[in-house]
Design a protein around this ligand. Structure first.
Ligand code: PLP
Length: 426
C-alpha cells in the first residue's frame, strides 16, 4: 500500500471541512472521524465503571488498559516505564513535581528554563518553599535559543531535576534532548521534557533520548483533550528518591500509572486514544485512508501498532510539513521589516512548523485581524511562554503573531494567509 495523498488525509478530519483555514494547530489539532466515533461509541455503550466484572465494565477496562499500552509503544517506552494519563500536560507536570517535592532536601537544585511554557516552570518553582534551589537555564535574548553550554553552567552535583522544552511553542526550534539528558545524567539529575510542541510533528523516542519523564498533550496530537506523561521506572524507583504518586493511600506505590492518575483517566478519552493507532497506520501507508473504522478494528490497530509504524507515520508527516513551513518562512522573509521570532531556517531537522513573528511598528492584533478577515485562523499572544517573551524583550501582551501548521495543512493555505497579510506587513 502506498502513502495516502494529502486530499485523502484531509478527508479523515471532518473539522477541516469548514470555510476557515486552521493555522493555529499549536493550540490544538483536529481529530479523525474514527477517533470521534470511538469516543461516542464508548459513551453510548460502555459508560460504566472499571473492574466490576460484567461485560460493559470489562470492555471499558480493556479500553483504558489498551490506551495505556498503546501509548507505552507510541513513545518507544515499552518495558522502560509507563505512560500516565491526565486532564492536561499542566496537571501532569504538577502531579510529577508534587511527587518529586516529597523527596526534596534543602539545597537540592532544580534547573528550569525561561524558554518554557509556564506549565514546566511554575510547578517546579513551588518546590522552593520546600528548600529547593532554582537554577535558570537561560535563552539567548536575541534568538531565544538554548545552548548546551548554558545548561552545563547551571548543573552541579546537587541538581535533582532538569526541566526543559523539546520545542518552544513560540520559536518552533528543536532542542537536542539526548545531549541535554546525557549532561544532566552525568550530574545524577533526572530530566523532565515538555514535548507538547514537538509531539504533533515528530516521533517521540524516550528509549533513544534516555529522558526520565516526557509530557505531551494528546489534544494537540490528533486526539482527545488529555495530557500524557511517560515516566521511566528508573525515576519512579530511584533508590535514593523513590517517587510516590498522589492517588489514595490504599493504592500501592507500585500501581503505576494509576497511582499518578488522580481519580483515574478519562475513559472516553482512552477510547479516542485507542483510535489514534489507525491514523498512524494510514499515514505509514499500512492501511487504506478510510475516515470510518469499526471499534474492534481500532482496537486491533492499537494492539499491533509498533514503534516502527509510529516512526513511519511521523516521517510521512514531516515530509508533508517540510514544504509548508518552507513556504511560510519564504513568504515572511520576503518582507525585510518582519522579524521571525526563532530560527529562520526551514530545515525540518532544526524546527517544526510553528512560526512566530513581529513586524515592528505594527500591532500583532492588526495582522491577526487581516488573517481572520480572509478566513484564516491564527492568533497572537505570549501563549503562556510569558518568560520567554520577557527574556527576548517582547512585551508578553500583545506578544507575537504565531502561525502553526501540521501535516494536514497545505502550501495553498499558507498562500491564502500570506496574500491576506502581505499588504499589512509590507
Ligand atoms: C509547549 C507547551 N507546553 C505545555 C502546554 C500545556 O499543555 P496543556 O494545555 O495540556 O496543559 C502547552 C499548551 O499550549 C504548550 O504549548
Amino acid at each position: 500500500m502506498t502513502a495516502p495523498t494529502i486530499t485523502a488525509i484531509r478527508r479523515l478530519y471532518p473539522g477541516l471541512d469548514q470555510p476557515t483555514v486552521l493555522l493555529e494547530n499549536a493550540g490544538g489539532s483536529q481529530v479523525p472521524r474514527f477517533v470521534a466515533d470511538a469516543i461516542r461509541h464508548h459513551l453510548l455503550r460502555d459508560c460504566v465503571q472499571l473492574g466490576a466484572g460484567y461485560p460493559a465494565s470489562d470492555r471499558a477496562t480493556a479500553t483504558v488498559e489498551r490506551a495505556h499500552r498503546f501509548l507505552d509503544r507510541f513513545v518507544n517506552g515499552e518495558g522502560l516505564g509507563r505512560v500516565v494519563l491526565g486532564s492536561s500536560s499542566t496537571s501532569l507536570m504538577h502531579v510529577l513535581a508534587h511527587s518529586v517535592g516529597r523527596t526534596i532536601a534543602a539545597g537540592d537544585e532544580i534547573v528550569v528554563c525561561d524558554q518554557a511554557h509556564e506549565s514546566n516552570v511554575g510547578c517546579w518553582l513551588a518546590l522552593e518553599r520546600l528548600g529547593a534551589r532554582i537554577r535558570w537555564w537561560k535563552v539567548d535574548p536575541q534568538t531565544g535559543s538554548l545552548d548546551l553550554a548554558g545548561l552545563k553552567s547551571v548543573l552541579s552535583d546537587r541538581t535533582r531535576i532538569v526541566a526543559f522544552p523539546q520545542v518552544s511553542n513560540l520559536l518552533g526550534e528543536i532542542v537536542d534532548v539526548a545531549t541535554a539528558t546525557r549532561l544532566a545524567h552525568e550530574c545524577g539529575a533526572k530530566v523532565v521534557v515538555d514535548g507538547v510542541a514537538y509531539a504533533p510533528h515528530r516521533a517521540i523516542d524516550v528509549a533513544a533520548w534516555s529522558c526520565d519523564a516526557y509530557v505531551w498533550s494528546t489534544y494537540k496530537v490528533y486526539g482527545p483533550h488529555m495530557g500524557a506523561m511517560f515516566v521511566r521506572t528508573d525515576m519512579l524507583d530511584d533508590p535514593r528518591h523513590p517517587l510516590e504518586g498522589p492517588n489514595h493511600f490504599f493504592i500501592p506505590r507500585s500501581e503505576v500509572p494509576y497511582k499518578f492518575e488522580l481519580g483515574g483517566a478519562s475513559h472516553e478519552g482512552c477510547a479516542g486514544i485507542v483510535g489514534l493507532a489507525k491514523l498512524l497506520e494510514i499515514l505509514a501507508g499500512d492501511a487504506p485512508a478510510s475516515p470510518e473504522a469499526a471499534v474492534d478494528e481500532l482496537a486491533a490497530s492499537a494492539d499491533r501498532c509498533t514503534f516502527a509504524t509510529v516512526e513511519r507515520a511521523f516521517a510521512a508527516m514531516t515530509a508533508l510539513e517540510g514544504p509548508v513551513q518552507a513556504r511560510l518562512l519564504e513568504r515572511l522573509t520576503r518582507h525585510p521589516r518582519v522579524r521571525i521570532i526563532g530560527p529562520s531556517s526551514a530545515s525540518t531537522d532544526e524546527r517544526v512548523a510553528t512560526v512566530s513573528f513581529l513586524r515592528p511598528g505594527l500591532e500583532p492584533r492588526d495582522i491577526v485581524a487581516a488573517a481572520h478577515a480572509a478566513g484564516v485562523g491564527v492568533r497572537h499572544g505570549h501563549m503562556y511562554a510569558h518568560r520567554l517573551c520577557t527574556a527576548m524583550q517582547i512585551p508578553p501582551e500583545p506578544g507575537v503573531v504565531r502561525v502553526s501548521a501540521v501535516h494536514y495543512n497545505t502550501v495553498e493555505e499558507i498562500d491564502r494567509l500570506m496574500d491576506a497579510i502581505d499588504p499589512v506587513i509590507a
